[in-house]
Ligand binder design. Structure first.
Ligand code: HEM
Length: 456
């Protein structure tokens, strides 16, 4: 029975309740997500449509699903969706990284950071990275089970040392790699405080290692101007003369290294997987690279590698390296008649959107041509293909990432051939970002001469 106390006030809008997905006590949907990734997300979409309330990673998150919901959240012009939503997940480890900032402060920091991502800066990075790619790949010997993910991870880490830090990869590489990995994995731990032995604790230790490293290097970087990202962040200024403090540089360096390293490795890993599974595509791309005839690549060659571009887009569709993008509500907001209350966490999911059956033809199929001019499935809605996010936080490194992927793939295609068994399906671990559980073992052969093709 409705009493005066429970009856809605005439001026209060009545909101439709948000459906809740019942899950296990304590762990909530964390295991469902980390173990079943996109199947779990698709199940939620089939059952609940555009909105569902979850208990996941120790908190309540309202998941908004589909291209329209993505646009609603990411193109927010009224400052209702704060990127500080990342803080409970990764805040202690990536404190004051650009992605964790909001509104006016974010705008200023992004403006200063743009100085490290101009075309001139990218051209410098491209020149720096190519000899290293060749040197690193030369150590990849013929193997029937080359651990592709680990190789690529090491390669992007070494490239990061050179291009971001401006130093030869050395003894520090392993120590820094472990520290990054610990920071990245920490966010999805079940225990969310520094209990020794937990991922959270390791993440906090990792952060200390990284801070100490950058603090030590900083005076030298301030004193000279070189072509690496570290130096560019130290010296970048707005037209009005604003620039980063020492603490800002340290925080941004830690964040950018993390943001670039795993996402690019995952993108490359998936491309290698799909090209290993689809030899006709591998040959098509190899032919394109041979026709181009230049190695190392020149800046103007990048746009000519169209096939790599298509495969990159399709691989990022099939495995979005950042599967979910969280935000925190700064005020009560209505979405499709539901109330998103101030303070609550909401999230959108590129991973899920990329598999929606209404959005893509045969979404489970590897079909790079879906991005080619004639079909352009991604153009049907601006928030349907969003591996780099969208709106004011859209990935600042997307051109850097595309360039690095092309430089690496181009070199590997010209020098090696690889395959996986027809029935092999790469098992994915979604515990932090989506990575292969088995490291992606591939059959790997060096091409003896430019045109010879070894038997696999
Ligand atoms: C190639 C694969 C990459 C993918 C899939 C990717 C994905 C993303 C996504 C989804 C966001 C937006 C998150 C949000 O809205 O909350 C983002 C932001 C960001 N990414 Fe990337 N990223 C990649 C490469 C890179 C690289 C290579 C760099 C640096 C060199 C980088 C640096 C950043 C930074 C600094 C932000 C924060 C931007 C802001 O908040 O304004 N990313 N990235």
């Amino acid at each position: 029975m409705q009493t005066a106390a429970t009856a809605p006030h005439p001026a209060t809008p009545v909101h439709r309740p948000i459906p809740h997905h019942s899950s296990l006590p304590l762990v909530g949907d964390t295991l469902n997500f980390t173990q079943n990734g996109h199947e779990f997300l698709l199940k939620l979409h089939r059952k609940f449509g555009e909105i569902v309330d979850l208990d996941i990673f120790g908190m309540r998150i309202i998941l908004l699903m589909g291209p329209d919901a993505n646009e609603f959240v990411l193109m927010d012009r009224e400052k209702r969706f704060a990127s500080a939503g990342w803080i409970p997940l990764i805040g202690p480890f990536f404190n004051r990284g650009l992605m964790l900032m909001d509104f006016d402060e974010h705008k200023l920091h992004r403006h200063i950071m743009q100085g490290a991502f101009t075309n001139a800066a990218l051209q410098g990075y491209l020149a720096e990275m190519q000899p290293l790619i060749a040197r690193d790949a030369a150590t990849w010997k013929d193997d029937n089970a080359l651990q592709m993910f680990h190789r690529l991870k090491l390669m992007t880490l070494n490239l990061g040392s050179e291009v971001f830090l401006g130093q030869e990869p050395g003894a520090d590489a392993d120590r820094l790699n472990t520290a990054f990995l610990d920071c990245v994995r920490a966010g999805t731990g079940l225990v969310r405080f520094g209990l020794p032995g937990t991922r959270w604790h390791k993440g906090l230790q990792g952060r200390k290692v990284l801070e100490a490293y950058f603090r030590e290097q900083l005076p030298h970087k301030r004193a000279s101007q070189t072509n690496d990202l570290f130096s560019r962040l130290c010296h970048s200024k707005t037209e009005a003369g604003e620039q980063f403090s020492d603490e800002d540089v340290i925080n941004h360096m830690i964040f950018v290294l993390m943001a670039a390293h795993d996402t690019t490795t995952i993108t490359l890993t998936n491309m290698m997987y799909y090209l290993g599974k689809h030899p006709a595509w591998q040959e098509r791309l190899r032919e394109e690279s041979r026709t181009l005839g230049s190695n190392p690549l020149r800046w103007e060659d990048l746009e000519k590698l169209e096939g790599i571009g298509l495969v990159m887009k399709e691989s990022m569709r099939l495995c979005a390296p950042v599967p979910v993008i969280p935000r925190r509500m700064t005020r009560d907001t209505e979405f499709r008649g539901h109330l998103l209350p101030k303070g609550v966490m909401v999230a959108v999911s590129p991973y899920l959107t990329h598999y929606l059956p209404d959005a893509w033809s045969k979404p489970e199929r590897f079909d790079p041509e879906r991005f080619a001019a004639g079909r352009a499935e991604d153009r049907q809605h601006p928030f349907k293909w969003l591996p780099f996010g969208g709106g004011v936080h859209k990935c600042i490194g997307l051109h850097f990432g595309g360039m690095q992927v092309k430089a690496i793939l181009h070199h590997l295609l010209l020098n090696f051939r690889w395959s996986v068994d027809n029935d092999y399906v790469m098992p994915v671990d979604y515990t932090s970002l989506p990575i292969p559980k088995d490291g992606l073992p591939v059959r790997w052969r060096k091409l003896r001469q430019a045109r010879s093709v070894p038997e696999l």
